[in-house]
Design a protein around this ligand. Structure first.
Ligand SMILES: Cc1cc2nc3c(=O)[nH]c(=O)nc-3n(C[C@H](O)[C@H](O)[C@H](O)COP(=O)(O)OP(=O)(O)OC[C@H]3O[C@@H](n4cnc5c(N)ncnc54)[C@H](O)[C@@H]3O)c2cc1C
Length: 96
């Protein structure tokens, strides 16, 4: 397995053992893993997020062009709502 770990916002290959302890270890840096990692980190916990894909852009193979309105409270808790809009995300009135 080709695991990548993100520490302090930077991805690094796990070619060698990491001599560091963590409060939380999360396997899989998809939406769920990244969300959990950030929420734990916002609580002040030291988090290791391990992903089998080495390329941090691997997730972009998925569409993720549309965010359900039900995700908005979580995006606010993550502190990402404003960043998404600053990056060009648009609100709409579509009700699915
Ligand atoms: C083509 C496509 C388009 C989509 N478009 C949208 C959209 O526009 N809007 C939307 O809201 N949703 C969209 N979805 C759905 C959305 O992508 C999923 O609901 C979401 O990705 C699920 O997140 P997750 O974290 O649960 O799982 P995943 O995204 O599957 O993340 C799991 C992660 O864990 C990693 N992993 C698994 N096993 C291991 C292991 N043993 N060791 C290390 N890492 C591991 C995987 O590599 C992966 O990165 C789309 C899905 C697809 C397939």
């Amino acid at each position: 397995m080709n695991n990548t770990m993100v520490c302090n916002g930077e991805a690094s290959q796990l070619d060698a053992p990491i001599n560091e302890s963590f409060d939380v270890l999360i396997i899989g840096a998809g939406l769920a893993g990244c969300t959990a990692a950030r929420l734990f980190a916002l609580q002040g916990l030291h988090v290791a997020l391990v992903e089998r894909h080495a390329d941090v852009a691997a997730f972009k193979q998925l569409c993720t062009h549309y965010i359900q309105a039900s995700a908005t409270p979580t995006l606010r808790r993550l502190g990402l709502d404003r960043l998404i809009e600053d990056a060009g995300g648009l609100r709409n009135g579509v009700d699915i």
